[in-house]
Design a protein around this ligand. Structure first.
Ligand code: E4P
Length: 217
């Protein structure tokens, strides 16, 4: 399973890359705003330069014609840009056109398996089901990953499942168990994946035993 970072902060992207765990990056307008970005194009170029894999950049437009024009523009910023398109009827139309033009897409704001099926039929490269936001309203977010996996396998869709809105390490584990192709996570979650009290305890014991031996000789 690939690990993408869900952030617009260059410092976090650099740190994940240094760990060797950066397969790609996803952004959205809220993350760009949170990072205080004014010049989106320049920032997408900077992210794309630091990232060895795909970088999702989201359109702001909501009509078919404008989304396609904006997607062409974003796609020209760097060779690893994937254009994020919201799951709305005009967005689905745009997915089909962009597929024909060879522009990779990530269909975002997916909250049901049938939305994912429609996006895959339209030729989306990725679908992004939002797990955490479903959990927030009392649904079992992970259930849609399971169902999308089954639907895509039933019909041989090549569209990749990008588990999004990940809030904690258990979401990453469950996404891997359910066969998501990618998990996109905040940097804080990526760091949490390293934590286990028995690892810390075991290391402390190994070092203490080494010191004891060393002190004797
Ligand atoms: C995915 O691409 C989205 O940017 C993101 O995962 C949404 O997460 P949130 O629900 O934590 O905002």
């Amino acid at each position: 399973m690939q690990f993408f970072l869900d952030t617009a902060l260059l410092s976090e992207i650099e740190e994940a890359a240094a760990l060797g765990l950066l397969d790609g990056v996803t952004t959205n307008p809220s993350l760009m705003a949170k990072a205080g970005i004014q010049d989106f194009d320049a920032h997408y170029r900077a992210i794309a330069k630091l990232t060895p894999g795909p970088v999702s950049a989201e359109v702001i437009s909501t009509t078919y014609t404008d989304m396609v024009a904006e997607a062409r523009h974003l796609s020209n910023l760097a060779s690893n840009i994937v254009v994020k398109i919201p799951f709305i009827p005009d967005g689905v139309k745009a997915l089909r056109t962009l597929r024909e033009e060879g522009i990779p897409t990530n269909c975002t704001l997916i909250f049901s398996p049938v939305q994912a099926l429609i996006a895959a039929k339209a030729g989306a490269t990725y679908v992004s089901p939002f797990i955490g936001r479903l959990d927030d309203i009392g649904h079992e977010g992970m259930e849609i990953i399971r169902q999308i996996r089954q639907i895509f396998d039933n019909y041989g869709f090549e569209t990749k499942i990008l588990a999004a809105s990940i809030r904690h390490p258990l979401h990453v584990l469950q996404s891997a168990l359910e066969g998501a192709d990618v998990a996109t996570m905040p940097y804080s979650v990526l760091r949490q994946l390293f934590n286990h009290p028995l690892t810390d305890k075991g290391l402390a014991q190994f070092l203490a035993d080494y010191q004891k031996l060393h002190a004797r000789s």
